[in-house]
Design a protein around this ligand. Structure first.
Ligand code: ATP
Length: 444
């Protein structure tokens, strides 16, 4: 993880928030490469969930919601972590994440000092809206995007004439006052979620739950993620959230071990039932095709962290490879093997030399590619070194312009993963790149 954190900083993926002031715990900034990668992961998810599914529509709800929302959802009462402190070294732990013997003996796992009693700690950030700081002005930063979907479910049925089964997808920020934030961007206080809530008829929920587990697994396969680094974890009775009838996590083998990447939950009719009760509004679905039958839909949720997905994609792509380069066989390269559709830069254009009009020709070719691809241009230093820089940034294709390019319009197309090079005519370059992206299969 240290290597990934340092590469992420060096190449402008992720910076510590407010670093010049010593950093802000639990918050990170996404640099020029990071914001591109994050946007592409979000786009891939959005396309998968909306464009490829006729029965799912999108939503962008506000972060600030009526405070009753969080009473109805159960967050005010239940969204807590058990917290213990060490009286000696002042370390703070989640009681469910330290060895049971330490908890029983009230002994700090770090220094052996005495631990406090366990107390419940609510993870929601609370602030005030308006000038008065009293209990009537309390408002929360949403700890999940899901509730914005539930409170809009009737609006969307009416405005878009949705019929059950259907889904609503949303990507947005969520905030949790996490007790322990470590492992880089894995668990942060401010993060982004990609959630889809699928509304189904009670009785069909188990079938849809199975279906969505299959679809989410296939999604990661399509992204080219190492499938032996993914596994399912079913929540046991003690692990199930207050709303869940059944829950499975997709876990990824991060450098610190297997950890949750995404949850697929059968939330039953808990959410809409509670919002009916707290809002006093009738949230039943009326099935016009079935003698106006009324019921509260069950909800199947797929809930993934966008920023956690970004960390997974970085870890999954990271590779160090020994390459026999120009007879020098102890040369190593660091390479990020991103799927080309996720890579922050798709194609880098590199003139072999700055002189003799090669730089101008390269700029001209870059201009042509810009409309369709995310491009970079680099004319400084030896070509081998420039390839290495692009490998480290995860750029899947480099296009090199040399003297032959001037003569016959051909360029060298170099592939990041295999380091193979082929000659392609400039006029066929864009089509060739599109084909390579579409047909990409990860080999290493
Ligand atoms: P955990 O048990 O790890 O705290 P959770 O089960 O509470 O997580 P969910 O509420 O199911 O997580 O959230 C859905 C997804 O949102 C998670 O799978 C994860 O990808 C992401 N997520 C949740 N909390 C955080 C966080 N603090 N930082 C980054 N991503 C998060």
């Amino acid at each position: 993880m240290e290597k990934i954190t340092s590469l992420a900083k060096r190449r402008g993926f992720v910076f510590q928030s407010s670093e010049i002031y010593g950093g802000q715990n639990g918050a990170w900034d996404y640099g020029p490469m990071g914001v591109e990668l994050k946007n592409r992961i979000a786009q891939a998810w959005w396309k998968e969930m909306t464009q490829l599914h006729d029965d799912i529509v999108g939503l962008d709800a506000a972060i600030l919601m009526h405070p009753r929302t969080w009473e109805a959802s159960g967050h005010v009462e239940n969204f807590t972590d058990p917290l213990v402190d060490c009286k000696k070294c002042k370390s703070r732990f989640r009681a469910d994440q330290i060895p049971e013997e330490n908890l029983a003996a009230k002994k700090c796992p770090d220094c052996g000092g005495e631990l406090t009693d366990t107390r419940k700690f609510n993870l929601m950030f609370k602030t005030h809206i308006g000038p008065a700081e009293d209990s009537a002005s309390i408002i929360y930063l949403r700890p999940e995007t899901a509730q914005g979907i539930y409170v809009n479910y009737k609006n969307i049925i009416q405005s878009n004439r949705m019929k059950i089964p259907f889904g609503i997808a949303q990507i947005g920020k969520a905030f949790r006052n996490e007790i322990v934030t470590k492992n880089f961007i894995f668990r942060t206080c401010e993060f982004e979620q990609m959630e889809m809530q699928f509304f189904v008829k009670p009785g069909t929920d188990e079938e849809w739950f199975g279906e969505w587990r299959k679809r989410r697994w296939a999604y990661y396969e399509k992204l080219g993620v190492k499938m032996d680094h993914l596994r399912w974890h079913q929540h046991g009775p003690g692990e199930l959230a207050h709303y869940a009838k059944d829950a499975y996590d997709i876990e990824y083998l991060f450098p610190m071990g297997w950890r949750e990447l995404e949850g697929v939950h059968n939330r039953s009719d808990y959410d809409l039932g509670r919002h009916t009760q707290y809002s006093g509004k009738d949230l039943q679905y009326i099935d016009q095709d079935n003698s106006a039958e009324r019921y509260i839909p069950y909800i199947i949720e797929t809930s993934a962290g966008l920023t956690r997905n970004l960390l997974m994609i970085l870890c999954d792509a990271y590779d160090e490879e020994q390459v026999a380069d120009k007879g020098n066989d102890d040369d190593w390269r660091t390479v990020l093997r991103f799927h080309p559709s996720l890579a922050p830069v798709t194609v880098a254009v590199l003139p072999l030399m700055k002189k003799d009009g090669l730089a101008e020709l390269a700029q001209d070719i870059r201009k042509e590619l810009k409309e369709d691809f995310a491009t970079d241009y680099d004319q400084g230093g030896a070509i081998g070194r420039r390839y290495r820089r692009q490998d480290e940034a995860g750029t899947p294709f480099c296009v090199t312009i040399d003297y032959e390019s001037k003569d016959n319009g051909s360029v060298t197309l170099r592939f990041r993963d295999s380091m193979e090079q082929v000659r392609v005519n400039r006029t066929e370059l864009a089509a060739r790149l599109r084909k390579e992206i579409r047909e990409y299969k990860r080999t290493k």
